[in-house]
Structures are given as C-alpha cells and as structure tokens.
Design a protein around this ligand. Structure first.
Ligand SMILES: NC(=O)c1ccc[n+]([C@@H]2O[C@H](COP(=O)([O-])OP(=O)(O)OC[C@H]3O[C@@H](n4cnc5c(N)ncnc54)[C@H](OP(=O)(O)O)[C@@H]3O)[C@@H](O)[C@H]2O)c1
Ligand SMILES: *[C@@H]1O[C@H](CO)[C@@H](O)[C@H](O)[C@H]1NC(C)=O
Ligand SMILES: *[C@@H]1O[C@H](CO)[C@@H](O)[C@H](O)[C@H]1NC(C)=O
Ligand SMILES: *[C@@H]1O[C@H](CO)[C@@H](O)[C@H](O)[C@H]1NC(C)=O
Length: 333
C-alpha cells in the first residue's frame, strides 16, 4: 500500500511529464464542448424589424419560450397579449416582460386551451377589445402527460396542442385578415417526424401512450400549417410552423417524474448543452417578424431557416381529413 504522500508525489511527477499532452487534451475537450454548445444553440433571428402599432397574441406566454418571445416582440414596440390559463403566473410574467422590454403595453388575458368555452370567451374578448391582430403565435403546449381528458372529453395533448389552437386560429381569422399583412406562427416539434394521425382512434382511447400522443398532436400542427396556408392564399395572412430546438423549459414537467432518479442524474450534465429559452425562442421570432418571409406561407422552419418536414406532414389528403375531423370536433361549420 502506497501512502498518500507517495501517491501525491507520483501524481505530481505524472503531471510534470505529460504537461503538454494534458494541456492539449484539456484544450481540445474545452473547445469541443464550446463548439457543441454553440452548435446546439442554433440560429439567431437577426431581423431588426419594428412592430410599433402592431398587436401580437401569444398562447402560453407565462414561461419557457413563449415568455422569451414576448420579451423580444414587446422590445420591438408591439402591443403584446399574453393568453394564459393561470392569471397569477401570467401577471408575474407580464411584470417581468414589461420590465425587461421597457414596453408597458403588455396585457394578460385568460385562456385555457383544454376548454373550448374558454377559447370562445377569449375570442369574444379580443374581438371587442382589440381593433387589430397582426401576429398570432400558437405556442402553448403540453407534453407526455398521463392519459388525461380535456373539459370537452378530448385526449389532453391533442386537445390542447391542436384542437384548442385550431378553434382559436379559425375564430381569429377575420381579425387577422383585416390587419393583413399578418402572420400565424405554430410552434410544433421535431417530434412530428415520428408522428402519425390515428384517424380510427384520434383520442387514443384504445391504446394511449404519452409519446405517441405528443407526436400525433405535433404532426397535426404541421399538417394544419399546409391546409391553412392553402385556404388563406391571397388574403395577406401567411402561416409558419416550426421546431424550436431542444430547450430547457418546464415542458418536461410530466415526463421527469416518470424517469428513474439515477437516469435523471446521468442526464443532468447534458442539460448544460441544450438551448436556453432565449435561444429556443429565436425561430419563433424569426417566423413572426423576418422580412424575407413576407411572401412565403405554409412552410416548416428550424434554426431560423426553412426545413423539410417529414413526408407524413406533407400529405394533403391527410391534412384535409384532419381539418374536417377537427372542425366537427370543435363545432365549426
Ligand atoms: N422545450 C422543448 O425542448 C421543445 C421542443 C420542441 C417543441 N416545443 C414546443 O414549444 C412550445 C412551448 O413549450 P415550452 O418548452 O416553452 O414549455 P413550457 O415551459 O412548459 O411552457 C408551456 C406553456 O404552455 C402553457 N399551457 C399548457 N397547457 C395549457 C392550457 N391548457 N391552456 C393554456 N396554456 C397552456 C403553459 O402554461 P402553465 O405554465 O400555466 O402550465 C406554459 O405557459 C410547446 O408547443 C412545445 O411543444 C418545445
Ligand atoms: C426592473 O426591475 C428592477 C428590480 O426588480 C428595477 O431595478 C428596474 O429599474 C426595472 N426596470 C424597468 C425598465 O422597469
Ligand atoms: C397551427 O395549428 C392550428 C391547430 O393545429 C391550425 O389550426 C393552424 O392551421 C396551424 N397553423 C400553422 C401555421 O401551422
Ligand atoms: C413580397 O411581395 C411584394 C409585392 O409583390 C413585394 O413588393 C416585396 O418586395 C416582396 N417581398 C419579398 C421579401 O420578397
């Protein structure tokens, strides 16, 4: 058994002998980590477009990438409406957004996307209190929750991520058209790529799986982008859907508790590599304001540039079918 002093002097000797090599490894690993982090950070929206006199509505803007998007757009001079379900959280976020953007024109309105009644009430409120709507950002989302149902009996993720936004968007189209050129931005996800619309079991009653449901709801977002863009051709309302990246937000709140502690600990260092909410908001901001997208509609974006969506997200027949089913589920003629 070697004593501690011996180990210490041997280690010292080793460091001396291999100083250059070790420094090299250290620098290489460091550079690699920084490069990886930069690469993970993705694109940045470089547009300086101002939004003075314009109105923006963002769903789920009290935290995560929605809140960061709100800070940016308020900073460009827009009137920003935060449509959120929890008024306490929303008011605290509004204070922070006013403070960080230096724009006091930030208002809070109640919207719970798991209730069609709440969507209708918000629409009525917006129609009476606002004379224009230039940018609608469908950002709110829920991921991989247990088998829950919305107030209206729909499967939760399909109901919140897709159906609630479907009714909201369709009900605000008149105001958007009146304010054109205007934009609809849908925050979807890479998760749509493995998604499938289960037309024979759309609420997944027979075979619920949290991941399968999240993927279906995010594929629905992209499919609708196409169908909506088609129906809005020539109106001056353009639509965009996007993958924001993998971001440190509260989105994992239902997923984390189901993962074993040791796995979570193993994942923890990786958390340093994934995007911050500010980085995650960049593609949403790009789709909302970038001048180069003015005459483009119905496409899918990632890292502040166009991206090819998965084949099943480019299926016009499925898009139409989903549109019709959704319209009847939310009671739209
Ligand atoms: N984070 C990622 O890595 C990632 C990756 C791909 C796509 N996305 C998408 O990005 C969007 C924003 O997510 P995030 O990462 O910022 O997540 P987040 O931090 O969990 O924020 C989600 C927001 O949606 C709101 N929301 C949830 N259910 C709602 C409901 N029934 N009615 C109204 N609002 C509701 C939440 O409100 P409460 O705070 O009141 O719950 C919250 O404001 C989502 O559409 C998500 O699918 C995120
Ligand atoms: C934001 O809040 C901080 C303290 O909470 C305060 O010092 C600062 O002046 C505020 N900034 C604005 C623009 O209101
Ligand atoms: C956004 O999603 C909603 C609901 O899924 C849909 O009605 C709308 O057409 C979509 N728009 C875009 C740009 O994806
Ligand atoms: C969009 O179209 C309008 C009218 O045709 C044109 O004036 C404008 O320059 C176009 N913008 C871009 C970015 O292509």
């Amino acid at each position: 058994m070697s004593n501690p002093m011996e180990v210490y002097s041997q280690a010292k000797e080793f460091l001396k002998e291999h100083a250059t090599g070790l420094a090299f490894v250290f620098i290489a690993v460091g550079t690699g980590l920084i490069a990886t982090r930069r690469w993970m950070a993705g694109g940045v929206c470089r547009s300086k477009a101002r939004l003075d006199g314009k109105t923006v509505l963002i769903t789920g803007a009290n935290t995560g990438i929605g809140k960061e998007t709100a800070v940016d757009l308020a900073g460009r001079g827009a009137r920003v409406i935060l449509a959120c379900r929890d008024m306490g959280r929303a008011n605290r976020a509004a204070d922070e957004i006013r403070n960080r953007s230096g724009n006091g024109n930030v208002v809070v309105k109640q919207l719970d996307l798991e209730s069609l009644q709440s969507v209708r009430a918000l629409v009525a409120d917006v129609k009476t209190s606002e004379d224009r709507l230039d940018i609608l950002i469908n950002n709110a989302g829920i991921m991989m929750c247990p088998k829950w149902q919305t107030v209206d009996g729909f499967e939760m993720q399909f109901g919140v991520n897709h159906l609630g936004h479907f009714l909201l968007t369709n009900s605000l189209l008149d105001l958007l058209k009146k304010s054109s050129p205007s934009r609809v931005v849908n925050v979807s996800s890479l998760a749509h790529e493995k998604g499938e619309i289960h037309f024979d079991d759309i609420n997944l009653d027979r075979d619920y799986d949290p991941m399968k449901s999240y993927r279906q709801s995010k594929l629905a977002n992209v499919l609708f982008s196409r169908e909506l863009a088609k129906s809005l051709e020539g109106t001056g309302v353009t639509v965009y859907s996007l993958h924001p990246g993998v971001i440190r937000t509260e989105l994992g709140r239902h997923l984390w508790p189901t993962i074993a502690l040791w796995k979570r600990l193993l994942f923890n260092p990786l958390m340093l590599l994934i995007k911050s909410p500010w980085e995650g908001a960049q593609t949403t901001i790009y789709c909302a304001v970038d001048e180069s997208l003015q005459n483009t509609s119905g496409l899918y974006y990632s890292d502040c540039g166009p991206k090819q969506a998965a084949p099943q997200a480019c299926d016009d027949v499925a898009a139409k079918k989903l549109w019709d089913i959704s319209a009847s589920m939310v009671g739209l003629a």
